[in-house]
Design a protein around this ligand. Structure first.
Ligand SMILES: NC(=O)c1ccc[n+]([C@@H]2O[C@H](COP(=O)([O-])OP(=O)(O)OC[C@H]3O[C@@H](n4cnc5c(N)ncnc54)[C@H](OP(=O)(O)O)[C@@H]3O)[C@@H](O)[C@H]2O)c1
Length: 316
């Protein structure tokens, strides 16, 4: 048996994603071997492959490199001292962030305490969609100190992070406003958010007196959204490339503002999996690509218009 992996040997366009056959790794003490079913794709994978952003800067001495931070799969072996899981358990995790990556592999060894058990009621696809995007959503809302009854504006509600952030915020009983293109207006309404079509008018003409801005777009859209906030509002800007600039402008206007980098937290993933299992959260998966079509999957993310998540099926 071999371990097919997707690898980049240099930064560049989607064509730098190639496959290689590696041996199946042996779990060390405290590690389990996971047979990966689905691997989630995130914009950071695409930016890092292109050599853009902080993760690319950190990984430039690490090439060749196997990308991927989100996995769902089955435990197939465990190393010395492992006690949390049985062989055959279904697990999910936010792994190897930011340096090791490794999620675009058919088999990967990970520390058992970085994984979450996936309840029977949840599909492997949903479990792979949650880790990085779901924890980003939760941590952004936490950083903003979102409270029941507040008005929260979430830019890019239809994306991987946004569609989860909306549902977590609604579960916390806040009123959610969001931005999307015309094609996602109905979808946003089904999640319970008031949606503004950004192609029609700037959000600042449609939303006012918001307590919190969760910015998942950055740039000019984020600067415009600052006009929707009430005095003393809080801003969390998630895309790292423009975070410094957005925070500077927000501070000048008297808002509390911060950027963030998501921090893997298995307890948060447990909570998100629980929310899915009881029907409080539904992951949207636009498409599952076979692992050999990873370049197409990256091109889809690069359109900037993916609804929910894109996954790779690592077993076909
Ligand atoms: N700092 C961190 O730790 C961290 C963690 C996770 C993500 N991020 C960053 O956060 C951003 C969002 O991540 P993601 O995974 O949610 O991205 P994503 O899934 O690729 O976002 C795609 C969504 O963006 C929407 N969109 C595009 N242009 C828009 C605009 N001008 N206004 C409103 N919506 C727009 C699209 O909706 P329409 O098709 O309707 O336009 C689409 O549904 C990315 O830049 C990512 O790199 C940072």
């Amino acid at each position: 048996m071999e371990n097919k992996q997707i690898i980049i040997s240099q930064f560049g366009g989607p064509e730098v994603l190639t496959t290689q056959m590696a041996s199946i790794p042996e779990p060390r003490e405290g590690e389990v071997l996971v047979k990966v079913c689905f691997s989630g794709i995130n914009p950071i994978d695409v930016k890092t492959r292109a050599g853009v952003g902080w993760a690319a800067a950190k990984n430039k001495g690490n090439l060749p490199w196997v990308p991927g931070y989100d996995i769902s799969g089955k435990i197939v072996a465990s190393g010395h001292g492992c006690q949390r899981f049985e062989i055959g358990d279904t697990v999910a995790g936010f792994i190897g962030f930011p340096l090791d990556g490794g999620g675009y592999s058919q088999y990967v060894c990970v520390a058992e305490d970085t994984l979450s058990l996936v309840p029977d009621a949840i599909t492997m696809e949903a479990a792979a969609a949650l880790p990085l995007a779901g924890q980003t959503a939760v941590q952004a809302l936490d950083k903003a100190g979102v409270q029941e009854g507040q008005r929260v504006l979430i830019l890019a509600g239809a994306g991987g992070v946004g569609h989860i952030a909306i549902q977590v915020a609604i579960a916390a009983k806040v009123e959610v406003f969001t931005t999307c293109s015309e094609s996602n207006l109905d979808y946003m309404a089904t999640l319970g958010a008031h949606a503004v079509n950004y192609q029609f008018a700037p959000v600042s003409e449609r939303v006012e007196e918001a307590d919190v801005l969760i910015d998942l777009i950055g740039g000019d859209a984020a600067l415009d959204a600052l006009k929707c906030l009430k005095d003393g509002a809080k801003v969390v800007t998630v895309p790292t490339l423009s975070a410094e600039h957005i925070c500077e402008k927000a501070h000048l206007l008297g808002f509390e503002a911060t950027g963030m980098v998501v921090d893997p937290n298995p307890q948060q993933l447990d909570a998100l999996l629980y929310m899915v299992s009881v029907g409080l959260l539904k992951t949207e998966i636009q498409e599952v690509y076979p692992m050999d079509k990873v370049a197409e999957a990256h091109k889809q993310i690069e359109t900037g218009h993916t609804r929910g998540k894109i996954l790779l099926n690592m077993q076909c």
